[in-house]
Design a protein. Structure first.
Lengths: 326, 284
């Protein structure tokens, strides 16, 4: 639980939480009954959280999606899944730790789990490259997805990246090809595929794990073609206009649901996923069990037909005769 | 051109103002002043240094397809404004300004013949909002691909793009998935897909269909990459090596099959199609 306010709009929440903690400490030391005061404070806290999180601006949503205390892929692995067996490497160049993958059990179902992984501190972030994969990360992911196909197991991907890494080695080893190839191969994989955007899903780096039968988003996650900062720098000629860009891009889970890209939004605890990892994990598990069961009932043929129809319909345009398509 | 060369030094840029701009072009590669009509006859490739000048979608259609064989599809399809996007100006204004230049979108598509082989072709146009990929680009490419699938013919795409059409938000990103999913079906049907990469091809277009050719052919000197050079420089805080992300760099790193001079582009594609496709079917 956050004790230091990372975001401006969280300050009052953290202050109130601190008061509660102090009161509890006092009660403990002096052995006095503070239950009445506690009830009042907790009630206030709940109301404050509800009000704050119901009225987040798009840029505040972005901040929550990037919250440093937010559960990352491996935090979900620990809480949603059992019997995790991590598998490493792309068999060609190296193991990219910005993407983790391996076998896991979801209830009584074995799945291949692949996730983009950010670091919790500077040391881990250097290892995980701040969750920005290189080409070998996407190639490892595809290797594991093909293994899942071989053994007829569903694939779940957890998306959480600021983007694929823009560097020299990344370009030399073909980051564009690695992502492109994943898009094409995921489109024809003969097992159920589910992606869950757990934090920030930025650009092609996110989509490289995102061509799936169901696109699920956590309530406070975001999914966008470009970061609000990048968009503002290009279209408003200054990153300072990120608030406007965040609004214009329509990148929240609610937006993507209404645009027909996201299939389902998983609600987060009041105060965001970072306020209660366990509660978050329980909701995610329930949703995933349901979705996997639903997809597992489909034949390979139906699965692919539906997947292709889903992507065929993405977009909005005007036909030659003036009618609108999508 | 010989009479110019007598000066030894190519004409400097400032002298160019004295030349009628509609008759001459200065080569970005070697600085030679070139007679535009001659340049055009040479498919806009500098006869001195081989520099490939940027050309439009119609030029590629003319270069690749047999004369008069092109039947255009979806020529009137236009962008919507699904997000009602507005930055410094509304997206609809940007589209209207681009359309006012006589183009409909950043891609043209259709069916025609190449050395007698029927093909589906899509050609991107960098002149329309930087060749950016929005819903229309994705849909037109997907439909051209579907035409290839239905007719059982090869599919060719000529790419030129600055990346995603940000003003269409997530729909723009999803065009990468849409086009790649169509190519997956083409792949399963055993039909050839030829990707021809021209200057510049970056961002989401590179990270989707541009890199998915059974054969990836790049024009000499073309800038091809995922991240733009400036973004990379800002990230790594160092200067990029010479020739980084150019076609020849991609060839060296195994990302394209050949760097092909525009003047032999059609014959190269034809040879590939005969090896992989046309030659296999017994002629009646
Ligand atoms: Zn030249």
């Amino acid at each position: 639980m956050a004790t230091v306010p990372h975001l401006d709009f969280e300050r009052d929440i953290v202050d109130l939480q601190t008061q509660i903690d102090q009161l509890l400490g006092l009660a403990d030391r002096k052995g006095i009954d503070v239950s009445q005061e506690l009830d009042v404070l907790r009630g206030k806290l709940q109301t404050l959280k509800e009000d704050t999180y119901r009225n987040l601006t798009p840029m505040e949503q972005v901040q929550v999606a990037r919250h440093p205390s937010r559960p990352y892929a491996l935090d979900y692995v620990q809480r949603v899944f059992t019997d995790w067996m991590e598998l490493h490497g792309d068999r060609a160049y190296r193991d990219d730790e910005a993407i983790v993958g391996g076998w896991a059990r979801l209830g009584d179902q074995t799945v291949m789990l692949i996730g983009q992984q950010k670091g919790r501190d500077m040391k881990e972030n250097l290892r995980r490259n701040f969750g920005m994969p290189h080409p070998e990360g996407y190639r490892k992911a595809l290797r594991l997805m093909r293994q899942a196909e071989k053994f007829g197991r569903p694939v779940i991907t957890l998306i959480d990246t600021p983007g694929a890494y823009p560097g020299i080695g990344s370009e030399e080893r073909g980051i564009a090809e690695a992502i492109a190839f994943n898009l094409r191969e995921m489109a024809r994989l003969r097992v159920p595929l589910v992606s869950v955007v757990i934090g920030e899903g930025m650009s092609g780096g996110a989509l490289g794990l995102g061509v799936t039968d169901r696109i699920i988003m956590m309530e406070h996650s975001i999914y966008s073609v470009i970061s609000p900062e990048g968009c503002a720098a290009i279209l408003w000629r200054s990153a300072e206009h990120r608030e406007k860009a965040a609004t214009a891009l329509r990148l929240t889970s609610k937006d993507l649901l209404s645009l027909g890209v996201c299939d389902r939004v998983i609600p987060e605890p009041v105060g965001g996923a970072h306020s209660d990892w366990d509660e978050t994990a329980r909701t995610v598990k329930t949703a995933l069990v349901e979705i996997i069961a639903e997809l597992s009932a489909l034949s390979h043929e139906d699965l692919l037909t539906q997947r292709w129809a889903k992507y065929d319909s993405m977009g909005a345009w005007k036909e030659s005769d003036g009618s609108t398509g999508s | 051109m010989a009479w110019f060369r007598k000066d030894k030094q190519p004409l400097k840029a400032q002298d160019r103002r004295d030349l009628p701009a509609d008759v001459f072009d200065k080569c970005d590669g070697c600085g030679e002043i070139l007679y535009r009509e001659k340049l055009s006859q040479n498919l806009n490739v500098c006869p001195h240094c081989g520099h490939h000048f940027g050309i439009g979608a119609q030029d590629y259609i003319d270069i690749l397809l047999d004369a008069g064989s092109f039947r255009e599809m979806d020529a009137g399809m236009r962008s919507g404004d699904p997000l009602e996007f507005r930055d410094l100006k509304p997206y609809t204004d940007r589209i209207a300004a681009a359309e006012a230049k006589g183009r409909n979108e950043a891609v043209r598509s259709g069916v025609g013949t190449l050395d007698g082989i029927e093909v589906a072709l899509a050609v991107m146009d960098f002149g329309f909002v930087g060749g950016s990929m929005g819903s229309v680009v994705g849909e037109k490419i997907a439909r051209a691909g579907r035409a290839a699938l239905e007719r059982g013919i090869p599919f060719l795409i000529v790419t030129a793009s600055g990346g995603a059409r940000m003003q269409e938000g997530i729909y723009s990103l999803m065009q990468m998935a849409k086009t790649s999913a169509l190519l997956a079906r083409l792949h399963e049907a055993g039909l050839p897909f030829v990707s021809i990469l021209t200057n510049p091809t970056t961002g989401g277009v590179t990270a989707s269909f541009a890199m998915l050719g059974d054969v990836n052919l790049a024009e000499p000197g073309a800038l091809i990459g995922f991240a733009g050079p400036r973004v990379i420089e800002e990230t790594i805080r160092q200067e990029l090596p010479r020739g980084f992300q150019r076609a020849e760099f991609l060839l060296e790193h195994g990302m394209v099959d050949q760097v092909v001079d525009r003047r032999v582009l059609k014959s190269t594609v034809a040879r590939f199609l005969r090896h992989t496709f046309a030659g296999w079917r017994p002629e009646s």
